[in-house]
Design a protein around this ligand. Structure first.
Ligand code: IMP
Length: 196
């Protein structure tokens, strides 16, 4: 866990997440804007909803209520065209149950393999009203798992702008050039640095 007291003077953004990979990605992107990322391990509620923005909003409201700090959270999902957007907002549950292998099975003999990741960052503070920032990356579901980096569906997702490699075959810096989360984080960082 990053200690808040160890940060140099400057801007800090508090990220509530239980996912160390998301934290690593955020820390790299926000550092480009000279914002330090502090990891807050608070158990914020995660509601079930068809819209990931609603999930992120509920989660950040709950976290701010508990911590009384300015906080951001992030919610994301993988949306596969041939499966009508499945698993989408249910990505976390689907990952825990059928995982990447289950998705590859569902996609067996499916030719049209287009998919996208969608990320929503929700920021809120005890004084500020809630704001959301979105990022999306288009790509394709690979034929097999490839790579050991990252997390979740990274081994089966190839972004359109680097179609020969899955996210799991990239370093954090490389994934951050393309990813849904990095895009949402950059929008958030631009607003955050111009506001605080
Ligand atoms: P969460 O609810 O935002 O934690 O994300 C739901 C699920 O989507 C996660 O458990 C992952 O399986 C998947 N997911 C979200 N973002 C990514 C990503 O950047 N790469 C791979 N899988 C992801």
């Amino acid at each position: 866990m990053t200690r808040v007291s160890s940060f140099p003077k400057g801007r800090v953004a508090f990220f509530v997440t239980g996912n160390i990979h998301k934290f690593k990605e955020a820390r790299h992107v926000l550092a480009e804007y000279k914002v330090a990322t502090a990891l807050l391990r608070v158990k914020a509620s995660e509601i079930q909803d068809d819209d990931i923005e609603n999930i992120a909003k509920a989660s950040v409201r709950d976290a701010v209520e508990r911590c009384r700090l300015p906080i951001f959270v992030e919610d994301a999902g993988l949306f596969i065209d041939a499966l009508n957007g499945f698993p989408g907002p249910y990505s976390s549950y689907v990952y825990r149950t059928i995982g990447t292998k289950g998705i590859l099975k569902l996609m067996k003999e499916v030719e049209k393999r287009d998919a996208y990741f969608h990320s929503v960052i929700a920021f809120c503070s005890p004084k500020e009203s809630l704001r959301c920032f979105h990022g999306k990356v288009k790509g394709k579901i690979s034929q097999e798992e490839r790579g050991n980096s990252g997390f979740g569906f990274d081994p089966i997702f190839k972004p359109s702008d680097s179609p020969n490699r899955t996210f799991a075959e990239m370093t954090t810096e490389e994934k951050n050039k393309f990813s849904h989360r990095a895009q949402a984080l950059r929008k958030f960082a631009e607003w955050y640095t111009s506001t605080f």
